[in-house]
Design a protein around this ligand. Structure first.
Ligand code: TAP
Length: 454
């Protein structure tokens, strides 16, 4: 087993070392998960629910510890990190209500009784990216466990610390051995093994569209079930009749939260031309007001990028001579800092406008009318998120229906709610997570007919 060092993105100092699983370790874990499967699905629904509630309670009593790990290992601001740890608790609690509610149907047929059952799919592999290590882990893990599956989590190499601790808390809460395992390691080794191994029956992948495409192809070889949550290039559409003060004050947080490393980042601001000048006047102080700095300090709103390599990648979208309209601040010295950056005007073929930057860079583009706004918003292979600012309710509904994206908010930038469905159109993904139906995605429907004829 090899070891590697996790660095603090805000200081570039080592946090700890982590043991990396090999392909052989992955096979052994898959074997343990498969062995634990029958026992876990046989746990009475009320008892499985009780164990998930105990797991949630264990997370709740360790929120400060989990948050501190995310501050040190991922550079997330401490307020955000506490919210993320609380979110894991809430997702576990929400799906702890599912085991007793996995109800099938009784369908009228002649000559007997016809009923359906929701059977667990089996071993589920949850492959997690580095940008939201705790929430994204919980979205796959909690409903999968509730539906009676065993789970192996593969955290991102850059951010394994909270996942490892959550795996320990599951055992402390009483989940049987093998029901939930956390396997830090390389995606191309451990993640790939989860995709290739026939005993893994479903993959939940969150990450880039490039890797997601390969995962889907790998799953296709075994007709393996797969959910994909991929990239985004979402539009924040601001009409001239909107509350421009509110639209401009909130726009920075819709793209610079988590330093822009957010699949839902509204990284293309589209503004009706007649309101463009006023909107830019209002946006400049709002961007300057984003508190960028030490993630451990309570007032911080934006921390560093995750790594030196990622900072280089983000910076490549803002070369010398790029049309920088204005920028926020970023600390000097160690840490992978990058200031909030607004680009305008941008040409339609500028990579900062067409590609997912995954950093604190936003473009501002004017549009003429409603039809033009919808055309521009949809001119992307992605379709994950978006916002619409207008005071015309009819327009809000028309545009919300016309934009090809999975999650939209009107006069707000709603973040994810665990009790509503989440997922992408087009190349932003396949399937939905969260919401009341998520456990169904971890079951197979079985139809049983019982003859009643003598
Ligand atoms: P990726 O590079 O795609 O990595 C995601 C995960 O997949 C990591 O755990 C990675 O392991 C693993 N992986 C890499 N190659 C693999 C392979 N061949 N087989 C199996 N697993 C493999 O993404 P990222 O850079 O971590 O995350 C950023 C991307 O995620 C962005 O595009 C963002 O939009 C997207 N994202 C989407 C959402 C939703 S909900 N739609 C949410 C968050 C992020 P390593 O540890 O080796 O990297």
């Amino acid at each position: 087993m090899s070891q590697y060092t996790v660095l603090n993105p805000a200081t570039e100092q080592p946090v700890t070392t982590v043991t990396q699983a090999s392909a052989g370790d992955a096979d052994a874990a898959i074997g343990r998960a498969a062995a634990a499967q029958d026992g876990w699905r046989a746990v009475a629904p009320g008892d499985r629910a009780g164990l998930l509630r105990r797991f949630a309670a264990a997370v709740d009593t360790h929120i400060d510890e989990l948050a501190a790990l995310e501050v040190a290992g991922s550079g997330h601001p401490v307020g955000q990190s506490r919210w993320e740890a609380g979110h894991v608790r809430d997702v576990l609690l929400y799906y702890s209500a599912a085991p007793e509610r996995l109800m099938g149907k009784q369908i009228p047929v002649a000559g007997g009784l016809n009923v359906t059952f929701h059977e667990p799919v089996g071993v589920v592999g949850v492959i997690v990216p580095w940008n939201f290590p705790m929430p994204i882990l919980s979205w796959g893990m909690a409903p999968a466990l509730a539906a009676g599956n065993t789970v192996i989590v593969k955290p991102a190499q850059l951010t394994p610390l909270t996942a490892i601790r959550i795996g320990e808390l599951a055992l402390e809460a009483g989940l049987p051995e093998g029901v939930l395992q956390v396997l830090p390691g390389q995606g191309s080794v451990v993640g790939q093994r989860l995709v290739d191994h026939p005993a893994v029956r479903k993959i939940v992948f969150t990450g880039s569209t490039e890797v997601g495409r390969e995962i889907m192809a790998g799953c296709a070889r075994q007709i393996k079930r797969v959910t994909l949550e991929l990239g985004g290039k979402s539009a924040n559409i601001v009409f001239a009749d909107a509350d421009l003060e509110r639209a401009a004050a909130t726009a920075p947080y819709a793209v610079f939260d988590n330093a822009g490393q957010d699949c839902c980042a509204r990284s293309r601001i589209l503004v009706q031309r007649s309101a463009l000048d006023r909107f830019m006047e209002l946006l400049e102080p709002a961007v300057a007001g984003v508190a960028v700095g030490d993630p451990a300090s309570p007032g911080t709103e934006m921390g560093p990028l995750i790594s030196a390599a990622h900072r280089e990648h983000v910076a490549s979208y803002v070369p010398d001579g790029a049309p920088v309209a204005f920028r926020g601040s970023a600390p000097a010295g160690p840490g992978y800092w990058y200031p909030p950056t607004v680009l305008a005007p941008v040409s339609p073929d500028d990579p900062a406008y067409t590609e997912e930057v995954f950093g604190p860079v936003v473009t501002v583009t004017p549009f003429e009318d409603e039809a033009d706004a919808v055309t521009i918003a949809n001119d992307t292979p992605y379709g994950l998120s978006g916002s619409i600012f207008t005071s015309d309710i009819g327009r809000a509904i028309r545009v919300a229906r016309a934009v090809e994206t999975g999650n939209l908010s009107v006069n707000s930038h709603s973040s994810v709610r665990y009790w509503t469905p989440f997922g992408g159109f087009k190349q932003s993904g396949l399937g939905r997570e969260l919401g009341p139906d998520a456990p169904d995605a971890f079951t197979e429907t079985k139809n049983v007919f019982i003859a009643t004829q003598p």
